[in-house]
Ligand binder design. Sequence first.
Ligand SMILES: [Fe+2]
Ligand SMILES: [Fe+2]
Length: 568
Amino acid sequence: MPGLVRTVLDSTRGQFVADTLCSIAHQAGAANPNNEQLMRVLGDAATWLSDALGSSLALLDTETGEVLSREHDQPLHTWALHDQLARVVYERCTCEVLAEEEPLLLLAVPVPNQFGRPIVALGFFITSLAESYSQFSTAAKALGLDPDEALRWSADQSPWNVNILTKMGQLVVDRLQADLRATRAEHEVRHISSNLLASYEEISLLHRLTQNLKITSSNQELCQLALDWLSEVVPFEGLAVKLKPVADQTECHETLTEPLVLRHGDVPLPDDQFDSLIVQLGRAALDEPVVLNRLDQQESWPYESVRSVISVPLAEGNNIFGWLVGFNHRDDQEFGSVEASLLNSVGTILGIHSGNTDLYRQQADFLAGVVRALTSAIDAKDPYTCGHSDRVARVSVRLARELGCDGHILNTIYLSGLLHDIGKIGINDAVLAKPGKLTDAEFEHIKLHPELGYKILRDLKQLDQVLPVVLHHHEAINGTGYPHGLSGSEIPFLARIVAVADSFDAMSSDRPYRKGMEIERIEAILREGAGKQWDAQVVDTYFAVKADIAEIVSNERDSFQFNQEQWI
Ligand SMILES: [Fe+2]
Ligand SMILES: [Fe+2]
């Protein structure tokens, strides 16, 4: 009988087993990365088993019965016979003896893997040296082995203590499980990192957008910024915003009266085809996000250059202001929920901004209407001074501009000029229209108009900044004016400007009972009153721009473009 002696483990055996597995994977045409990864796991398992147990084991897929490795150190055997028992071992995830017949045993070592394949390593071991050929032969037959072939195999085997053998096997199982946990953790970290990066980019983009959500910033400007920034974050070949026209009743501010398409990158669609694209995307695209991929593979798709698309509406409540559309993945991949979610967030911000801009425009229109109504009321009340408020407004703007004012201040002084005499609505008609000199009582009655004007306007919050001018446009620099007798810098700066414009127009206008004064006389009065009646700096400014003012008062057309959007 051949001696059953322990042999020294060939230290290259593990590597050999792994190489064999790779070779099998290659033969199986393992182009699938999952297959390659599975083969790598099995290679590791085979190496560790070989190192721990001194023998290469058969790796059996207990579901298909397929043997995934060549068991060089094992006797010839039909391993699939044990698939059901081995499957139970896999599910328990413990190393177990499947069958034992002194001096032979069949060991099963589950191979946990991230692919969920129920693979178990199977191998025969000897537990003692056989006492006789007949004993060995009986045991081999009982375990389904050819006795002679098994005897030859056993000559190279060393006897194992069963406990030690199963513990060694379990160590390999534990190591495989730890490796699996590490792999899963690694995948999870990679997944979280990728999600975190996408979330960071999304939050960063939305933060940048909200920073630009100033109510006065134009909708088109914000949309163009959104397109530029989105292209940095999402791999679109092209991005576009289609804005619907906005109904407008006034000409006082910039309003979109025609549809507009804003673009970034390679947008494969002419402007006039956006509406039909949205229709083509289906009814849902009118008011919901839509993602479509592989469109070029659809026979009926009419836009040859549009391979994939994400469309989101710019909506606020039930109002749709347009659509944000991303075209074609730069790497020819499919768009998914990450890209759609980001576009939808941006679309929501743009929709809300469009809604606010629209609301703001309506408020601005309303304010303009109120101011027009009030100035019409003054003209109706005092037809002899018709156009006075308008001229005072325009002359005041010219003086203010020369004095270094701009933007919002010019709007304020323009409105102040239009409304400075609004209090005359509360003055007796007979006094207001009286030709000739007023009595002291009548003059005292007229002097009430600044405070009456203040009371009329004080509840209109949007006109807060006009109030000081309405109240103090008849104050004198030396404190002799009314209603409060303020002097010098106590008088609001804009009121000092309007005071000069007001007096200039009052002196130069024709009245039924007198002609307007000659310009030389007016200027002499202004010079005389500088520093007493009027602010000397404003009077000097009048002389610096007197030619412009002469043209302004002779021109009925409103040359100042009032921007009421800056006012609200
Ligand atoms: Fe006045
Ligand atoms: Fe006036």
